[in-house]
Write a protein that binds this ligand. Sequence first.
Ligand code: SF4
Length: 500
Amino acid sequence: MQSGGDHADDEPREKCGVVGVSLAERPAARPLYYALYALQHRGQESAGIVTHDGFQQHSHVARGLVGDAFEAGDLESLAGSTGIGHVRYPTAGSLDKSCAQPFSVSFKSGSLGLSHNGNLVNADEVRAELAAAGHAFTSDGDTEVIAHDLARNLLEEDLVRAVKHTMQRIHGSYSLTITHDDTVLGLRDPMGNRPLCLGELEDGYVIASESAAIDTLDGDLIRDVRPGELVVLEPDGSGYDSYQLVENDATAHCFFEHVYFARPDSVIDDSLVYEVRRELGRQLWAESGVETDVVMPVPDSGRAFASGYADAAAETDADGAPRPDDEAGIEFAEGLMKNRYVGRTFIMPTQDERERAVRLKLNPIRSTVEGKTVTIIDDSIVRGTTSTQLVELVREAGAEEVHLRIGAPPIVAPCYFGIDMATREELIAADASTAEIRDTVGADSLSYLSIDAVAAALESSRADLCLGCVTGEYPFDVEGEETDRSIDAPSPDAPTAADD
Ligand code: SF4
């Protein structure tokens, strides 16, 4: 996993978004391009599209934001009415174009394209086993490992059985859109760690990381792709088939998707992200509300938390008693302005410059904070750098008290499944108590949300969530780490098609 240590952002960062479409006649390139725009928040390092015109595969992958990675001519050259797309910030693999996606390859029985969101935890073992069998790799990414394994199985058996055999060998987090010639597939790992959903368009079907991409194409969300499910779109856009390739008793949805990564207008695993964030804000008030003059969000993701927090504060006081009619509760106000033009992949070489970068990104609105007691709501604290700067900024703008409320539990451990979170050494909560962090960031008080409150807001049991980064116990078998359940990990030694 890459460390986020050289980046200005003191925030966890999603690393990939995927999409696939199968249309009746229309070229797929433009809808894929629009869908990638809708998923841009999930990856800003590179963007790519692979299409198939019934005869051959076409690919364009380039560095940069979607708007910079494609020119009109590129879209024209991506012929065919089926295809997949990808936006990426690097997960496994180095930061260069050979790791940009979709990964595409041609082999004896056809062509493959793969877009991957997530991270395998046994990629090295599977790669070694494939390399020993004569496969030559062009990148150090885990997506190529999946591609080679699938290509090998496809030489021996049909598509669905080939995918099933690959699933029996890979272990970790994956939501994939795949092209096999002109057939588009969607595949979600048996734990459903990263999101993937299915939608219907006027003239076809779409599979995407988030439903906001389906909305952008004027489509209707059908449902989430189920954990362990393979969805195969008809090449003529007329329908889809579903295969439940692996059954599982429990899931391991990444709770951070709802807390932070996903767009608030997306529906993920049956919950509208915006409403979950408002509920997290309400829970935050119930657990650790503090009576201040104003509550203000850290833009943008803190906004829904703060509005839920303010709503709950209008109903009850901080002790949970109903608020008298003549008491207004806490004013919700915007107190921090975000500079939208400071990129998320802004590279800052030194700690000192990273600290100054917060001032590039956020500026206080003096009238909201001057002479007031203030609660700031944020979604997470990673290294603590941003929070320290924020508290300082708001104090400098004249706040009398600054209280910090976080809409997630403390992040105590890294993520191995496709989120750029920082290393354990960089995580402030890895070995500091909440009181120590409060003192470090300089707030008058600091509270995090409990894990139970997160599960309640998601209407889920803890056992169905991935909580690895807040418990240090993971739902996948990560070398050197504890697990939170008994795991029957797939293995590179699982039978291949040839063994059957
Ligand atoms: S470790 Fe944390 S960020 Fe990573 S998948 Fe699990 S919940 Fe999400």
